[in-house]
Design a protein around this ligand. Structure first.
Ligand code: ATP
Length: 581
């Protein structure tokens, strides 16, 4: 079965499978759920742990070979989620970690103001006849215009109702030179650039469209993003009132709580919005206790919390999520080399999980997008079904300069300077003056930060694996790379008698020490295969009559559905080999 483009996978179906097969459940479901929070079921937990463990292994225990041919040095950390609130003042999160936010006055629905012009996208699959006509003319329908033509997507009476209620719209639709028609003309001509021109999108808005793979707005007054909160009125997708949006205002993403019995300002604490700061806080401890020398890294995996204004797209943007972050400390003049190294290393790592190269891309940040302290930043992006044909962020690799350590030095009054003995010796050997040696060997390290979302990684592997196949009983199977599959092997007695269950049990007991596997004797063999296909189990071993007489079992391959016989004594070696691939 060839790989399927994520653009042709349905998020609704993926979410349904996740629920049905115990990958991901909505949090607090029996109480109606809670927006932005998810629980990982038995299979989802196993998948998440497999990604996490692989990251830890390849980052901390067996880190990659550096540009000089030697393995790089990285140590692990597990810092507290709640820290002294001064940490977040120093890091800039309190006061600075804001999203601009706007609200529909009528229903109080909140929206990120910088998303407002693309949150209303329609379903490109439902473009219908219009889409077919355009496709016939060679226009890439999915890529651009679903929202521009939202009116065409609506049922006729609904469309008429909106048009009748809106004098501006009525006039616009009667005037072919009006905005929607200019855009329509441009799209018909097949040029995204012209359509951008027609919509008067600023360069920043264009970039955001490229970044988020976003579609422009649905209804007429919203087509020019800056007008979204003008009095022109906009159709609320929530309550359908024609209401104006409030002025955008800042919204702090930090979750707050209180440490101690009294809920006073002095006791206010924050749940960490990123794991990175815990690393900066312990940089000095690690240098003083671990005999590390520049360059080196500190890695951490753990939960982070952001009170996202609009959590959405399943586990892509949630309010509680997990990150895998590493801070790479190095001498300032070495930092460009290391930035380049980590950029490519991290892409290689995601590919090693079985993520198709064609679904991943780099997106270098333009200068005007960079945080003021950041020198360079690149996102590793994935083509999610809801961004396709565009891409969305999976990991960011940022050159953070010496910003964080300097901030903590200023706020805590603790020295973060590093004394580089090797550089000192080199300088002495080269006959440099004391001042020159000091200038080269005393510095606040620069930091390269590969920061990825573990839970976003789960979404990527779920999407990659999801493979509809009408020809099989389950109609879909999860094509995980064997190493990451939640269950590596199913062990089935063909029938629950004639000594087969005992042999199956013995095989299972031997395998389970090394591999996550399941013994299943219930239902027909076809149904058992179907269950394993949906769980993404790559191999199923069946004990049948021939096992009892000849000592062989069948092994069924999930992807090809082919079966071969191997000696029961070779099952462990077989799995060993497959897990290493
Ligand atoms: P975005 O632009 O998507 O909001 P970001 O640039 O704010 O992300 P970072 O602060 O760089 O994200 O965090 C590093 C990684 O953490 C991201 O690449 C992403 O994988 C993950 N991440 C960030 N916010 C969330 C969230 N709300 N839910 C799930 N994962 C997240």
């Amino acid at each position: 079965m060839p790989d399927i483009d994520p653009a042709n996978k349905s998020m609704e179906e993926i979410v349904a499978l996740c629920k049905r097969r115990g990958f991901v459940y909505p949090a607090s479901e029996i109480y109606g759920g809670i927006n932005g929070f998810w629980d990982y079921g038995p299979l989802g937990t196993a998948l998440k742990n497999n990604i996490r463990d692989h990251w830890w292994k390849q980052t901390v225990e067996c880190p990659p070979i550096g540009p000089d041919g030697e393995p790089v040095s990285i140590v692990g950390l597990d810092s507290s989620i709640i820290q002294n609130p001064k940490v977040w003042e120093a890091s800039g999160h309190v006061g600075g970690f804001n999203d601009p936010m706007t609200m529909y006055k009528e229903c109080k629905k909140l929206l990120r103001a910088d998303h407002v012009w693309y949150v209303f996208y329609g379903n490109p699959d439902e473009i219908g006849k219009y889409g077919e006509d355009l496709t016939g003319q060679g226009v890439d329908v999915r890529s651009f215009f679903s929202d521009v033509f939202a009116l065409e997507q609506l049922p006729p009476d609904e469309r008429q109702r909106i048009i009748n209620e809106d004098a501006n719209l009525k006039q616009a639709l009667g005037n072919t030179e009006s905005l929607p028609f200019l855009i329509k003309k441009a799209v018909l001509a097949g040029s995204k650039e012209e359509a951008f021109e027609a919509a008067e999108f600023s360069s920043k808005q264009r970039k955001a469209i490229e970044k988020h793979g976003a579609k422009p707005l649905t209804t007429y007054p919203l087509m020019v993003p800056d007008r979204a909160w003008d009095d022109g009125g906009s159709l609320c997708p929530n309550c359908e009132s024609r209401d104006s949006l409030t002025e955008p205002r800042q919204f702090n993403l930090m979750f707050e709580s209180y440490a101690g019995a009294i809920q006073s300002a002095e006791n206010k604490v924050y749940l960490r919005p990123e794991t990175a700061q815990g690393i900066f806080l312990n940089y000095k401890n690690v240098v003083d206790t671990m005999r590390v020398k520049m360059p080196f890294g500190i890695a951490q995996v753990g939960k982070s919390f952001r009170n996202e204004v609009t959590p959405r797209n399943f586990i892509f943007r949630s309010r509680e999520f997990e990150q895998m972050e590493m801070e790479w400390f190095c001498a300032p003049d070495d930092s460009p080399k290391w930035y380049d190294f980590w950029k490519h290393e991290r892409m290689r790592w995601w590919e090693s999980l079985g993520v198709s190269k064609s679904n991943l891309r780099f997106r270098d940040h333009d200068e005007d997008e960079l945080a003021h302290y950041s020198k360079m930043c690149v996102d590793i992006e994935y083509k999610y079904p809801f961004t396709a044909p565009g891409y969305g962020e999976l990991e960011g690799v940022a050159h953070r300069g010496c910003y964080d350590l300097t901030q903590h030095q200023t706020h805590s009054k603790q020295k973060m300077e590093y004394f580089d003995q090797e550089r000192q010796v080199k300088g002495q050997k080269a006959g440099l003056s004391k001042d020159e040696i000091n200038a080269q060997s005393k510095y606040i390290p620069n930091v390269i930060e590969p920061a990825s979302g573990l839970t976003r990684g789960v979404l990527v592997l779920l999407t990659e694996a999801y493979t509809p196949d009408e020809s099989r009983a389950s109609k879909v199977y999860m094509k995980f790379k064997p190493k990451f599959a939640p269950i590596k092997a199913g062990v089935f007695p063909l029938v629950n008698k004639d000594g087969m269950p005992e042999v199956a049990q013995k095989l299972y007991m031997g395998l389970r020490e090394k591999f996550a596997c399941q013994l299943d004797a219930k239902q027909s063999i076809g149904k058992r295969y179907a269950r394993m296909d949906e769980a993404g189990t790559p191999y199923c071993f069946t004990i049948d009559g021939e096992t009892l007489t000849g000592g062989t079992v069948t092994v069924r391959d999930r992807d090809s559905q082919s079966q071969e016989r191997i000696n029961i004594d070779k099952v462990e070696a077989f799995l060993d080999e497959k897990m290493g691939e």
